[in-house]
Design a binder for this molecule. Structure first.
Ligand SMILES: NC(=O)c1ccc[n+]([C@@H]2O[C@H](COP(=O)([O-])OP(=O)(O)OC[C@H]3O[C@@H](n4cnc5c(N)ncnc54)[C@H](OP(=O)(O)O)[C@@H]3O)[C@@H](O)[C@H]2O)c1
Length: 259
């Protein structure tokens, strides 16, 4: 079958080269999860860049990549992002899709968005337009500006943490306490660095886009401990992952790595 923009066709390359792929089955979570499972979905250029000339990831995106993103959102309990991604990519609440009826499996029609921020400078509609079943969850610190805190608390589920930072462990535990085990983080690179450093990333779904961005583009993991030249480089760790599948569509490769 030949694909088109609306219906890109996915083929499996690994573990078994073959025919058309059922994305929902290919990205199904482990059965019977008894702990939170953190999955990241990121797109990278072939030479490892995560942000294109527009300052956004859309330069790397394709209909196939957006299709995978849709399936992953349909499968998850909560979409987690850093505030800069929410600002730059102008995040709103997740939109309902008719095709999700089966993926949601009795859960509310859409997952909430959870966002992490010290400044509480967040897109307004992410707070005000969320439906009652999926109020936005906002993680922040006690030093966040008081007026913004009050505004966020009126519209969203505000979680205030002591200390200078919200730790990945705190985020995962607070989401699990709300019954939100299947966490889908969509980045950005700084938040992902924190989850990787904390050893709390279970899975990386990586779309490799057929483009080169050169040396100026940040990687999908940026700015945390282990950045070359930054303090903490000596603490770089090598964590083995196994490849659960490799798919292709639209000349893009879709690798699913599991820790
Ligand atoms: N290629 C891809 O797949 C992909 C995916 C996502 C994003 N992107 C791109 O990446 C860029 C944004 O990513 P980014 O790495 O700059 O930022 P980010 O990780 O999305 O967000 C960083 C921000 O999150 C908040 N934050 C992070 N850790 C925190 C902690 N421990 N405690 C409290 N707040 C915390 C802070 O928000 P405040 O500043 O509000 O305090 C911080 O400035 C954009 O250009 C976007 O287009 C690419």
């Amino acid at each position: 079958m030949v694909g088109n923009d609306a219906h890109p066709v996915f083929r499996e390359l690994l573990p078994t080269p073959g025919g058309e792929v059922d994305l929902a089955a290919a990205y199904a979570h482990p059965v019977g999860l008894d702990r939170p499972w953190v999955r990241a979905n990121m797109v990278s250029s072939a030479d490892g860049g995560a942000i294109g000339p527009s300052g956004r990831s859309r330069d790397l995106s394709s209909p196939a990549d957006r299709r995978v993103m849709g399936v992953l959102r349909g499968l998850c309990d909560v979409v987690l992002v850093g505030a800069n991604t929410a600002r730059v990519e102008d995040y709103g609440p997740v939109k309902d899709r008719a095709s999700w009826a089966e993926l949601r499996g009795g859960r509310p029609a859409t997952p909430p968005v959870a966002v992490v921020s010290r400044s509480l400078d967040l897109p307004g509609r992410l707070l005000t337009d969320a439906p009652g079943h999926a109020r936005t969850i906002v993680f922040t610190v006690a030093s966040a500006p008081a007026a913004r805190r009050a505004h966020v608390a009126r519209h969203a589920d505000l979680v205030v943490v002591d200390g200078a930072s919200v730790t990945p462990a705190h985020i995962v535990n607070a989401l699990a306490a709300r019954g939100l085990y299947r966490v889908l983080t969509e980045g950005g690179p700084h938040l992902l660095a924190e989850f990787t450093a904390a050893g709390l990333l279970d899975e990386l779904c990586l779309a490799l886009s057929p483009r080169l961005l050169g040396a100026g583009a940040p990687r999908i993991v940026s700015g945390g401990p282990g950045t070359p030249g930054a303090p903490g480089h000596a603490s770089v760790q090598s964590t083995p992952v196994r490849i659960a599948h490799l798919l292709t569509a639209d000349d893009t490769l879709f690798a699913r790595y599991v820790r």
